[in-house]
Design a protein around this ligand. Structure first.
Ligand SMILES: C[S@@+](CC[C@H](N)C(=O)[O-])C[C@H]1O[C@@H](n2cnc3c(N)ncnc32)[C@H](O)[C@@H]1O
Length: 453
């Protein structure tokens, strides 16, 4: 097989990233934008010793699940890898993909008990992060990165982003162009505006604008602040964030508040949350409420339990569960998030909560050994890489009655469940469509201590 050769193939399956899988003489070919069962003409783009990559030239036989994408940029941006499928089918695919991944990890079939899908899976994101840069013609451009690249695709409307956030981003970009605020040139590492980051409190409609800059000095900064806050009364705060590292990380560590008090609030399951820009906050608040309600249901609390909220971010899961618990202990690595969590406990009139900054794998063993704190029920919600081995070993020592494991990565969930199975039995598994149209899926599973069964 050679680059630019064309073939007609049948799509045998869809992979975990939504990509179609075909085979020619045993050679695996990945084709984005196609659906299992379709017959397509493809063009080979890249050949390696193990896998080939191809693009669609023509769809000869369409799947009954194919729909119009309603988005101009999805093929290029790669964010919504499942946009060409009907929504119900994307859910079915995610369910099967989680079951297959867990079956592989655990060595036996495992079934999804519940699916939390979205009624209106559009404009759901509460956080917009648009890079600002220079295009091939040397003009400023704002939008989304093309898949696996730093080429910016101009985007004025994305179907999964909050509408108000997009309007504000468009206004900032326009202002920057008209007022000499230069766009960041990544190659030369010059120019001022690198990213526009906007967070919207879904229930409060409060907006936080973060201008990620390569230089503290923004021309006409005060005019920009006046313009934005007059035009958009929803803006509660504007923060300047300095990032002059040559890095893929969007936010730098230093903030300067230009307007307001540096955070927005939002409400989840009736609790109020203060969110500052360096803290993690789930991007789909409608689905977050469903996910947390499920996690709390799985925890089956009576009001007498001490609960751990590990990888707690700004304390959302633990605080939402706290009405049904005697005491809450949260651990999180980002200091700003813990400071938000402490404030959030106060705002919600909680006196039974303590939050600690640290890596779970270090802070948890310390808490247990030095402070003799233990838990009846543990919530864990780690990042994509899952739990550290020491954290899992410590959890096995804690021997809580139940562990509720929330995960955004079925592969690491499976790996970690395999370890926890030494002392726990997986009782239930739910999937939550936190990121509609993308190939990502959130899982929530509850484990019961074997000795109590
Ligand atoms: C998926 S988020 C979940 C946060 C929170 N439970 C929520 O629902 O908003 C994972 C969190 O783990 C934190 N984190 C990452 N590695 C960590 C570690 N080793 N120890 C503690 N926290 C960590 C991240 O900063 C992030 O806030």
């Amino acid at each position: 097989m050679k680059k630019n050769e064309e073939f007609i193939v049948e799509i045998l399956d869809n992979g975990f990233g939504g990509e179609g899988i075909a085979k020619i003489d045993g050679q695996v070919i990945f084709v984005p934008g196609v659906i299992k069962g379709e017959k397509v003409k493809i063009k080979i783009l890249k050949v390696t010793s193990q896998i080939c990559y191809a693009k669609i030239v023509d769809i000869l036989e369409k799947s009954e699940h194919r729909t119009l994408s309603q988005c101009d940029t999805y093929i290029k941006c790669g964010g919504c890898a499942l946009r060409h499928m009907d929504y119900e089918y994307t859910i079915q695919m995610k369910k099967e993909s989680v079951q297959n991944t867990l079956k592989k990890a655990l060595g036996r079939p495992i079934f999804v008990d519940e699916v939390l899908s979205m009624e209106n899976p559009f404009y759901y994101r509460n956080k917009l992060q648009y890079p600002v840069g220079i295009n091939g013609a040397g003009e400023p451009v704002m939008g989304v990165f093309a898949e696996r690249s730093h080429r910016i695709i101009p985007t004025s409307e994305c179907k999964i982003q909050n509408g108000l956030a997009q309007k504000i981003a468009n206004s900032i970009f326009q202002f920057a162009k008209e007022n000499g605020i230069s766009a960041y040139n990544e190659e030369k590492q010059m120019g001022i505006l690198r990213h526009i980051v906007i967070r919207v409190g879904q229930k409060t409609n409060e907006v936080m604008v973060t201008l990620v800059v390569n230089d503290w000095k923004i021309p006409k900064e005060n005019v920009l602040i006046d313009f934005l806050t007059t035009q958009y009364t929803e803006i509660k705060t504007i923060v300047k964030n300095l990032n002059h590292q040559n890095t893929n990380v969007i936010l730098g560590k230093k903030n300067e508040i230009l307007f307001g008090n540096g955070y927005v609030t939002d409400i989840l399951l009736g609790k109020q949350f203060k969110i500052s820009n360096l803290s993690f906050y789930q991007v789909n608040p409608i689905q977050t409420e469903k996910l947390y309600a499920k996690a709390i249901e799985y925890a089956n609390l009576t009001g007498n339990e001490t609960i751990f909220d590990l990888y707690c971010g700004i304390g959302t899961i633990g605080i939402c569960a706290s009405d049904k618990a005697k005491k809450l202990i949260g651990i999180e690595t980002i200091p700003e998030a813990i400071s938000d969590a402490k404030e959030n406990a106060k705002i919600n009139h909680m006196e039974n909560a303590e939050f600690f900054v640290g890596d779970v794998e270090i802070a948890l063993p310390k808490l247990i050994k030095m402070q003799k704190i233990n838990a009846d029920v543990v919530f864990v919600d780690p990042p994509r890489k899952g739990c550290d081995k020491t954290a899992l070993d410590t959890l096995l020592e804690v021997e809580a009655k139940r562990i509720v494991y929330v995960s955004c990565n079925p592969a690491t969930l499976g790996r970690d469940l395999k370890i926890l199975e030494r002392k726990y039995e997986i009782k239930k598994l739910a999937i939550c469509d936190m990121f509609p149209w993308t190939s990502h899926v959130e899982c929530c599973s509850v484990l019961q201590r074997k000795q109590d069964m």
